[in-house]
Write a protein of this length. Structure first.
Length: 530
């Protein structure tokens, strides 16, 4: 690694609209028992899915306190290492980029995977959670693994999986087994490199059996408060957990921006591992979002300039003008910058087909379900929302709510808004609501419920959500909220549209924003299939 990389910084400065709107009044509608339309998996995968469902699933049941910490009570990484040995360490046959972070790791992984693909490399990508089908979690060269490929591979290694489960006294989890399947499948299809998204934390995450010998680089996108109980109870302990993916002598890309003491924790870990640090965010930044554009056949995009340069040198390493990102918002620009820095890190290691043009193509071709996803006019009409702008965004933390708010303020300041919200029980509902209410003026917020991880255990009741939004409004000094109820997913969306269309004096058909969880996004997308 050349010395310059220890000082590399990404220049990112988004020019925001100065207009800020406050809420003077709102109509809040609570919807109970939203009918969730489950994703339709291929019948061919029925045995595979039944096998996974027989295992402990922390996504559905919730993660125990302290499970992601490096302690005696944490997840047992040893059994994952033993599983990989039984599978003959498939990951030793290709390089890996390991991505962790509170927010942005899915988008960053997708950006980086597409950049590598644009360079002509065979790329595997492992991510979570999925939106419509579990196949989305394991992609090869940009496409989710096919049902037949996944099923055939499952049956070929099932004897090993059965033996492993037996020898581990049934303690291997849903995520651990799926992780083993993904890594072994990448070997079977002969990928050049795999981009691996950590599930929870880093140090004790099931993906963290990766060793220095096959690790190309680590990436840590952001550090936030999500899963705080599972990761030690503080922002500092979360940073310690995420830093567990840093390996001896291998570079680490830091996304950020981070609080100074949090960045210090990450840098200290890197120093102890003799790992060079590539900083992908910096206060003196000049990359920018120039405006929103509508690309024929693609839809809404944000035109950005991306400049990567030395921290102490004005000469850019990469300078890309008018990059049209399909995922909107300053946070997505930062994710794109982080992925660009990771790709340049790989270029320095000899992945020479990662050209500037490959970076542009990869960034512009990246789109993820439920992340800044705008439905097409035809899809909106299918949902009985003709003419409305419909945005699906799985934001579910204070930080992601802030990013969503800033994007709406900048690009859709004149739009009339209605939110449709469902959330998991382990999220900070009040902080989420306060972020959205502190800078936007929705005409209504429709509160509903959605299954989390395929079950109702972690779903938040409408009444609980309603109390949180009322509390948030009270803390912000907003007026009292009027409530009503509806029980169906179509009813909730139609109600959102009715609230917007009742104002016949406005020529703006308005904007319906579905958020709070990737699971409510999944419900809406599944309804399109029906």
């Amino acid at each position: 690694m050349r010395a310059m990389w220890s000082h590399l910084s990404a220049i990112s400065n988004c020019k925001l609209s100065p207009r800020i709107r406050t809420l003077s009044s709102a109509n809040f509608t609570s919807i109970r028992n939203m009918s969730t339309i489950s994703s339709t998996e291929d019948p061919e995968l029925s045995d595979f899915l039944a096998f996974l469902e027989s295992l402990k699933n922390y996504e559905k049941a919730g993660v125990p306190k302290g499970a992601g910490t490096d302690s005696g009570d944490g997840f047992d990484l040893g059994r994952m290492k033993r599983l990989m040995i039984r599978l003959r360490n498939p990951h030793s046959n290709y390089k890996v980029v390991h991505v962790a972070g509170t927010k942005g790791k899915g988008s960053t992984s997708a950006f980086l995977s597409n950049i590598l693909r644009a360079g002509g490399y065979s790329v595997g990508c492992y991510s979570s959670p999925h939106i419509m089908s579990i196949k989305e979690r394991i992609s090869c060269n940009g496409d989710p693994v096919s049902a037949s490929t996944l099923n055939d591979h499952f049956y070929s290694i099932k004897p090993v999986l059965d033996q492993s489960i037996q020898e581990e006294n049934g303690s291997l989890s849903h995520f651990e087994i799926l992780t083993g399947i993904a890594f072994s499948l990448f070997e079977k299809v002969n990928v050049d490199i795999a981009v691996i998204e950590a599930g929870l934390g880093g140090a004790r995450d099931a993906t963290n059996f990766i060793e220095s010998s096959n690790l190309a680089a680590s990436v840590i996108t952001t550090i936030g408060e999500e899963h705080m109980d599972a990761l030690g109870g503080s922002l500092e302990s979360i940073a310690e957990a995420k830093s567990g993916i840093i390996k001896h002598g291998r570079p680490v890309v830091l996304g950020g921006p981070f609080l100074p003491h949090i960045e210090g924790i990450l840098r200290s870990k890197a120093a102890s591992m003799s790992s060079s640090v590539i900083l992908a965010s910096d206060i003196g930044s000049s990359s920018s979002i120039k405006g929103i554009v509508n690309r024929n056949g693609i839809g809404l995009c944000e035109s950005c300039d991306i400049v990567i340069q030395h921290e102490k040198d004005d000469k850019p390493i990469v300078e890309l003008s008018d990059v049209n990102l399909r995922m909107l918002g300053h946070h997505q620009l930062q994710n794109a910058i982080t992925a660009t820095c990771a790709s340049l890190c790989l270029r320095e290691q000899g992945w020479l087909r990662v050209t500037d043009e490959a970076i542009r193509i990869g960034l512009e071709n990246t789109r993820l379900l439920g992340r800044s996803q705008f439905l097409t006019p035809k899809e909106a009409e299918t949902l009985q929302l003709p003419g409305a702008t419909v945005l699906l965004d799985g934001a579910h933390t204070k930080e992601s709510a802030r990013a969503l708010k800033e994007m709406i303020k900048r690009d859709f300041a004149e739009k009339r808004l209605v939110f449709v919200v469902a959330m998991a029980s382990d999220k900070d509902h009040v902080s989420f609501a306060k972020e959205l209410l502190s800078g936007l003026k929705p005409e209504a917020v429709v509160l509903t419920e959605a299954d989390i991880g395929g079950g109702k255990v972690r779903s938040t009741a409408c009444a609980v959500l309603k109390e949180s939004w009322i509390k948030a409004a009270d803390e912000l000094g907003l007026k009292s909220l009027e409530t009503s109820e509806n029980k169906t997913v179509f009813g909730s969306l139609k109600l959102a549209y009715k609230i917007l269309s009742d104002d016949t004096s406005s020529s703006d058909s308005g904007m319906v924003i579905v958020t709070g969880s990737l699971h409510i996004v999944s419900s809406v997308l599944a309804s399109l299939q029906h």
